[in-house]
Design a protein around this ligand. Structure first.
Ligand code: B12
Ligand code: SF4
Ligand code: SF4
Length: 378
């Protein structure tokens, strides 16, 4: 290994990265066609930003022509307990592992910038740092660099850390000796595909994001389509089922960065408490946490889905309180949740449907069997 690369690896480790390897900008020749197919099939749903810079996303040199090497970095966020255990606690909400601590974007971006500053001084050449939100295909690049391989659930699996690596990259104008890719070690296993509650994989290695609970609870802005509501269970932000199912997690270790570890109050938050959050209380609870990104209304939408699936009569009152919420999205999901929990109590509130102006909320009243024409004068 060249002395420059040895220095890079040592520095990256000192900055808190758990794994670092290097690839070249031309190392993912299949990616543009695969991305195009994903987009053509509409698998991205409402994530229009994936389409906007698809050329740059698929081809690193189009994003930045000066790039000569891509340094791929991983940070372990391995959980300290079974991420699926919370699914049985129906009066509590389950937040996916990646969102139970501080926002990884903030934590890792700081490290990437610090490493990038140092690398710029050492090489005297330009560079760019990226994490998640840039038009960079981090998973195929990480696989090409040998951090792991893309499993059948499409995420990167690591022999050392299982499913639990966040990815980031530094595009460098300096040529660095590249590493060998990792080979696919899925074999005949299909545990992740079978674990998916919403059948989001039309085939191994291919994900229809529109069916994925992570997409439905985070990216999707409107009411959650009825066909997925029951399968969502009590997952109120993201989903870990396919990741947790992977047998390679037997090698996983707990995250060493305390900021990425679960906050005690976010391990199993009570649905009753979450449903009562107003905007300031929502912002206060999720300050520094990824959940803040979706805002109070979308979050309460998710909480109401979990409440509708809870079977807990203790939650009826809080849902009734949300039938008159200012946000139409919240009112719509409150109608659904109450129809599931206590249909007679919803019937007693049926006068509300006559004042309702929002089409989505009206549709929920209709679906719950309280269509205005049927009940007029009742
Ligand atoms: C958009 C996005 C999503 C979308 C779509 C996910 C997806 N699979 O595309 C949604 C919202 C659903 C999502 C969910 C999650 N995400 Co996300 N997401 C992204 C983002 C921003 C872009 C991904 C992308 O480019 N997708 C487009 C598709 C076409 O690319 P692809 O998934 O690589 O698809 C490949 C395969 O389909 C493959 N392929 C196709 N056909 C075939 C055939 C064969 C034979 C083979 C071998 C391969 C193959 O080739 C494609 C190109 O490489 C990345 C960050 C980034 N900038 O890369 C994070 C990222 C992928 N997400 C991440 C995480 C953690 C998650 C969640 C686990 C969060 C959660 N707990 O809820 C879930 C996992 C769901 C899942 N099973 O994928 C991490 C993954 C880390 C890792 N170890 O892989 C990333 C890298 C963010 C980060 N910086 O760490 N995410
Ligand atoms: S994150 Fe959940 S819903 Fe999405 S593909 Fe994986 S198991 Fe399915
Ligand atoms: S669960 Fe099995 S098929 Fe899925 S990524 Fe892990 S090894 Fe591959």
């Amino acid at each position: 290994m060249t002395p420059l690369k040895t220095q890079l690896l040592q520095r990256a480790e000192a900055e808190g990265f758990d794994v670092v390897r290097v690839t070249t900008p031309d190392a993912i020749p299949e990616a543009p066609a695969r991305l195009r197919r994903f987009l053509e099939e509409g698998f991205h749903g409402e994530m229009g930003w994936m389409q906007e810079r698809a050329d740059q996303r698929g081809t690193p040199a189009t994003l930045w022509p000066e790039v000569r090497s891509i340094i791929m970095l991983g940070v372990n966020y391995g959980p300290d307990r079974d991420p699926m255990a919370g699914l049985a606690d129906r009066s509590g909400g389950l937040i996916s592992v990646y969102a139970q601590g501080d926002d990884y974007h903030d934590v890792i971006k700081k490290r990437l910038k610090s490493l990038g500053r140092w690398w710029g001084e050492v090489t005297g050449a330009p560079l760019k740092v990226f994490i998640d939100t840039a038009p960079v295909m981090e998973k195929p690049l990480a696989a090409a660099a040998g951090l792991g391989w893309q499993g059948k659930h499409t995420n990167l699996v690591s022999r050392d850390f299982g499913s639990w690596l966040f990815l980031g990259s530094i595009f460098s104008a300096t040529e660095i000796e590249a590493d060998a890719p990792e080979r696919d070690r899925c074999g005949s296993c299909r545990a992740c595909l079978d674990a998916c509650p919403t059948a989001a994989f039309p085939a191994p290695y291919r994900l229809d994001a529109r069916r994925c609970i992570s997409y439905l609870t985070i990216e999707n802005k409107g009411p959650i389509p009825a066909e997925f509501r029951e399968a969502i269970g009590n997952r109120i932000y993201g989903c870990d089922d396919c990741l947790a199912a992977c047998p390679w997690n037997k090698f996983a270790v707990t995250a060493r960065e305390h900021k990425l570890k679960a906050r005690e109050d976010l391990r199993a938050p009570r649905l009753a408490d979450l449903a009562r959050l107003d905007d300031p209380a929502f912002r206060a609870l999720f300050a520094k946490n990824p959940v803040k990104r979706i805002g109070r209304d979308r979050f309460i939408r998710n909480v109401l889905i979990a409440i509708g699936n809870s079977g807990d009569p203790g939650l009826i009152e809080v849902v009734e309180g949300l039938l008159g919420d200012e946000a139409a999205l919240v009112r719509a999901m409150a109608v659904w949740a109450l129809a599931r929990l206590a249909p007679a109590r919803l019937a007693a509130q049926a006068w509300r449907r006559d004042d309702e102006t929002d089409a989505d909320v009206k549709a929920e009243w209709w679906a719950a069997g309280h269509a205005a024409p049927m009940h007029q004068g009742a």
